[in-house]
Write a protein that binds this ligand. Structure first.
Ligand code: APR
Length: 309
């Protein structure tokens, strides 16, 4: 008989709470929510446990302030850290969140040495880099959630513009999870039809800009924090690809080893995601303009990584 999988949520804030809900609703396994704030993970877990009978879901969810309780987790999803406020860039969070990620990495290394680690804390590419460095886990088991979210935002805007199903829009947003991210126009299609045949270039440029700024648009509206429903959903897609060995082609922040001319840096790239985590980084041909934009994005991530030293 197979045991239920154990999913550890490190950080029980806005994204962590949503993740608890989604793991239960998608029947992915049992949940342990960890946070440093006493009562917060326990309260959210208790609340979520009470919806299980409503939907007929059998899963266990509990909150803790003791990292030991993540022991043996199959997956750790890390959202511990501070979100941005209006006027801040994700990179402004690097100082405070690096220290948090270092502490959390030590706990994961000790208590869940075989887990897949998905990092959501911003600045995401850099926090994934720190997580991998501090845990010492193989790079294929430490991954940043960003490409799935950025791609979903782009798909959503394009589907609305064209008044078509989101299922018909295929897109890729690559690069760092920041304002320099690269919606890759040459690989964006509506069920195979190149996007430029459907939307005029100028209008397409506006939609791409909105995608780049979508996180900031939400921060400006919320005023007290950043997006949480869709980041949680994006991480869930990655967890499913891992647990069910889907070998799904996703964009996520992966440690490049020569691909796209990048070595040792985390960057949003297309990958095949399955039971081994990142099974392969896929290199696609880019136009010269896209290459130049991606390089700008690489430089932006690199400069934040250098600021760590
Ligand atoms: N260990 C565990 N949890 C911690 C730690 C720590 N060392 N430090 C802070 N936390 C917790 C906070 O107590 C808080 O409950 O992390 C949680 C973060 O939750 P929110 O403030 O609600 O932030 P959220 O919207 O969930 O975003 C989390 O993801 O998208 C990024 O930019 C965002 O960096 C932010 C992160």
């Amino acid at each position: 008989m197979n045991k239920r999988k154990k999913i550890a949520l490190i950080g029980a804030g806005q994204i962590g709470g949503t993740l608890g809900l989604l793991v239960g609703m998608r029947k992915l396994g049992d949940v342990v929510m960890f946070d440093i704030v006493e009562g917060l993970p326990q309260g959210k877990a208790l609340d979520i446990s009470h919806l299980a009978p409503v939907f007929g879901l059998d899963f266990d969810i509990r909150g803790t302030n003791d990292m030991k309780d993540i022991a043996g987790a199959d997956v750790c999803i890390v959202t511990s850290g501070v979100p941005r406020k209006p006027g801040m860039s994700r990179d402004d969070l690097v100082g405070i969140n690096t220290n948090i990620i270092k502490t959390v990495a030590a706990g994961i290394r000790e208590h869940a040495p075989n887990a897949l680690v998905i990092v959501i804390t911003n600045p995401l590419d850099v926090m994934a880099y720190v997580m991998q460095r501090e845990t010492g886990f193989p790079a294929e088991r430490v991954v940043g959630m960003a490409g799935v979210l950025d791609t979903a935002r782009h798909q959503s805007f394009l589907a609305k513009e064209l008044d078509v199903s989101v299922n018909s829009v295929s897109a890729f947003v690559l690069g760092g999870h920041g304002d320099t991210m690269v919606p890759v126009r040459s690989y964006t299609t509506v069920n195979g039809i190149p996007i430029e045949k459907m939307i005029q270039p100028a209008r397409l440029g506006e939609i791409e800009d909105r995608t780049r700024q979508a996180g900031g648009e939400i921060v400006a509206l919320l005023k007290t924090g950043s997006a949480f429903y869709s980041p949680a959903a994006a991480a869930i897609q990655m967890v499913e690809a891992y647990l069910f060995d889907e070998k799904r082609l996703l964009a996520c922040a992966a440690c490049c080893k020569g691909q796209y001319g990048v070595d040792g840096l985390y960057l949003g790239v297309p990958v095949i995601f399955g039971a081994k985590g990142i099974e392969k980084i896929i290199e696609i041909d880019l136009t010269n303009d896209e290459k130049a934009l991606l390089q700008k994005s690489v430089d932006a991530v690199q400069s934040v990584v250098e600021s760590l030293k």
